[in-house]
Design a protein around this ligand. Structure first.
Ligand code: FAD
Length: 344
């Protein structure tokens, strides 16, 4: 059996095709979901059936009603033990990866994350050949995964195998699992709705600050700049490590990967671990005193200068234009010049 994990109630369409391609002809593809995701099991089963998944195992325990990586990972390890699948697949989302990581550690099984290609070995050994991204996407690794039960997360950019998926009646089986109470270590304590409706991963503009901003108070002007440009504030890991910003604002390998229309990096050197988080942005503006900083070398636009002088000057100009526009009825922020037309 190949098992698909539906950790947050959403069926990722690529997963059934990858699972089917890894399964032998008569081997079923089944799925596991956690009660408490807020999505009715019948809806999930209906969708899975359309992709040829024949059974949905729903696991119940009061500690699974809210997301908790240790509890969900433990429940998944129990299900793997019950069902003994040959493979376990999930999406490469933060949540799915976290759940599979805990399950793999508990069950002592190997996990390959961020796979962009997955195929069974043709020698009948049951091993998987795979290609996966490492180091935030700057490295591709070819590997072979061998184990009685193999775990993998599948990246959104996975090569989807062209296999026929015969729609099936997906049966729902509900089971109670045992979850040790001490696994309630990480629990959802509060849900905070964003006032602007924008998040770091979806905002069109991200104004980020690093060590060069100098401290938490240095982000006040960045907040205003972000607000005036219709964006949000981000930061480097130095800023989160120093307690200047919460971790949810961190851009990078161990933060959020963004693809903004415009990324403004203020006092950020552009270390690889930061760069991989912002490199997919359409345009990058770097503000830095060091012209040799990697961020200055790679940015679409680079301003050599002190962030404490450059950002207030930019803000003053935006305010001046906004005031002028308020008088004339025009918008205060002009369209930027085409990328590359005025570098430095
Ligand atoms: C496993 C691992 C994961 C990591 N994950 C992440 C991650 O997700 N995100 C991340 O950001 N980092 C991450 N890092 C850390 C990363 O390697 C860098 O240490 C970090 O990004 C550096 O942050 P910074 O650019 O703010 O600081 P620095 O590298 O110290 O750079 C500060 C920059 O500010 C400039 N500057 C100083 N004063 C001014 C001024 N007044 N005006 C303008 N410019 C000024 C300097 O010239 C310099 O270029 C990770 C590291 C590891 C090992």
């Amino acid at each position: 059996m190949q098992l698909i994990v539906v950790a947050d109630g959403q069926v990722v369409p690529e997963l059934p095709a990858v699972a089917r391609s890894l399964a032998s002809r008569d081997e079923p593809v089944e799925a596991v979901a956690f009660a408490g995701t807020g999505v009715p099991a019948g809806d999930v089963a209906g969708e899975l059936g359309g992709y040829g998944v024949s059974r949905l195992h729903v696991v119940r325990h009061e500690l699974l009603d809210e997301y908790g990586p240790e509890a969900w990972g433990s429940a998944l390890a129990t299900v793997i033990d019950w069902l003994g699948p040959a493979g376990v697949l999930a999406s490469a989302s933060h949540r799915d990866t976290e759940v599979l990581t805990h399950a793999a550690a508990r069950a002592g099984l190997p996990l390959a994350t961020n796979c962009v290609r997955l195929a069974g070995e043709e020698d009948g050994s049951g091993a998987w050949r795979l290609t996966r991204t490492r180091s935030g996407g700057v490295l591709l690794e070819d590997a072979e995964l061998t184990a009685p039960v193999k775990l993998a997360t599948v990246a959104a950019a996975v090569e989807t195998p062209q296999v026929p998926l015969q729609p099936a009646d997906c049966e729902v089986t509900e089971s109670a699992v045992d979850v040790p109470p001490e696994l309630a270590r990480t629990r959802v304590a509060e849900r905070v709705a964003s006032e602007t409706g924008l998040s770091l991963s979806t905002a069109p503009v991200v104004v980020s600050g690093g060590r060069g901003v100098g401290g938490a108070e240095g982000f006040v002007v960045l907040e205003e700049l972000a607000e005036r440009l219709g964006g949000v504030v981000g930061c480097s890991r130095v800023a989160t490590n120093n307690g200047w910003r919460p971790h949810r604002d961190q851009v990078g390998l161990t933060g959020t990967k963004i693809a903004a229309d415009l990324y403004i990096a203020c006092g950020i050197s552009g270390a690889t671990q930061h760069w991989v988080g912002c490199m997919d942005s359409a345009a990058i503006l770097a503000i830095n005193t060091d012209p040799e900083a990697p961020m200055m070398q790679r940015a679409t636009y680079a301003v050599e200068g002190d962030v404490h002088e450059v950002v207030p000057a930019v803000l003053a100009e935006i305010r001046r234009r906004a005031d002028g526009a308020a008088g004339s009825g025009r918008s205060g922020v002009e369209e930027p010049a085409p990328a590359g037309s005025s570098r430095r």
